[in-house]
Design a protein around this ligand. Structure first.
Ligand code: R5P
Length: 313
């Protein structure tokens, strides 16, 4: 079966880099807006009989990118693709994975998005460092949950100063932070974070001794930067030294660069799961996921195990 790689508009450069690693040209497609703002997509290369990998992080503008992915899937299905896989390096709506008990009127958007992907004909989903590994249960089709951690860890290893301690900025991030701590042979501290609103968080207790240590804060994503800002001030108050931040998804929305640019952060290391320019933050290193995604696609296509490429539950 041939492989066809198709890039949605959210992060075409990552799709291109992945296709290059695989030695396959991108299959062209066009997305355009009609005057009434409806989105129209067309796949312009041959996909009949192919294993198609549709690249699209559902990063901001989340809804537009999601719809484009769904329409591209529909176009490929109608054009006779043999197997359709969505490659979603950043899965938007992942944080809406339950109703908070005090807000009964909320949607569980993550579940609905998973259903929409299935309805559009996507038979398999590849995602990277989902906000919550338990999201797998929302997908009726197989979910391949990759992790960027080994790539980011290798980039961090030569940059970390002595007396480093890995810090999870909240309880939900402990598994990911543990992976970094184990691989780097470092101790782990955990912050107790409470979310007050979509843009405001409060950090309370610190589990672990950070005094005199240099923190490496590890998170799945930096969105508004509120979590990192609060974590920095709690760590500084507790006597920690200059801070390094590692995150898979650098959304950097809503004034995040301004907020984070003024903090005592020595360096940021993020992946290119969403399109991010290195000049968005001072001392920002962007690690490409192209080789990870190419290896995952190669193994999926050959029906080989993915073992060390996947996230831990
Ligand atoms: C939340 O639980 C996530 O792991 C991140 O800590 C959070 O989403 C980051 O968002 P923000 O940058 O807006 O605080």
């Amino acid at each position: 079966m041939d492989i066809a790689i198709i890039a949605g508009s959210a992060n075409a450069s990552l799709a291109e880099a992945t296709a290059r690693e695989l030695g396959t040209p991108l299959t062209p497609c066009v997305s355009e807006r009609f005057p009434d703002t409806e989105l129209h997509v067309s796949v312009q290369g041959r996909v009949r009989g192919a294993g198609v990998y549709l690249f699209q992080p559902t990063s901001p503008a989340v809804d537009a990118h999601l719809l484009e992915l769904l329409l591209l899937a529909d176009a490929c299905r109608r054009a006779g693709a043999a197997r359709l896989t969505a490659v979603i390096p950043y899965f938007g709506y992942a944080r809406a994975d339950r109703r908070t008990h005090d807000r009964e009127g909320e949607a569980v958007s993550a579940r609905l998005v998973a259903d929409l992907l299935a309805t559009a004909g996507l038979q398999r989903v590849v995602a990277v460092d989902l906000h919550n590994a338990a999201l797998e249960g929302f997908f009726s089709q197989p979910l391949v949950h990759l992790t960027a951690a080994p790539r980011l860890i290798e980039a961090l290893r030569p940059r970390l100063p002595k007396r480093c301690i890995v810090v999870s900025p909240d309880l939900g991030g402990v598994r990911l932070a543990e992976r970094y701590a184990q691989a780097l042979g470092l101790p782990l501290a955990i912050l107790h974070k409470t979310r007050l609103s979509p843009t405001k968080v409060k950090v309370g207790d610190i589990i672990g001794d950070v005094r005199g240590h240099v923190p490496l804060i590890v998170d799945d994503m930096i969105s508004t930067g509120g979590t990192i800002a609060e974590a920095c001030s709690a760590l500084s108050l507790a006597g920690a030294g200059q801070i390094t931040v590692a995150a898979t998804h650098a959304l950097l929305v809503d004034g995040a660069p301004e907020q984070l640019g003024g903090l005592p952060i020595a360096q940021f290391v993020v992946s290119d799961s969403v399109r991010v320019s290195p000049d968005r933050l001072p001392h920002l290193a962007v690690v490409s996921l192209a080789s990870l995604l190419a290896e995952a696609i190669r193994r999926l296509h050959a029906e080989e195990a993915l073992a060390e490429l996947v996230a831990r539950g």
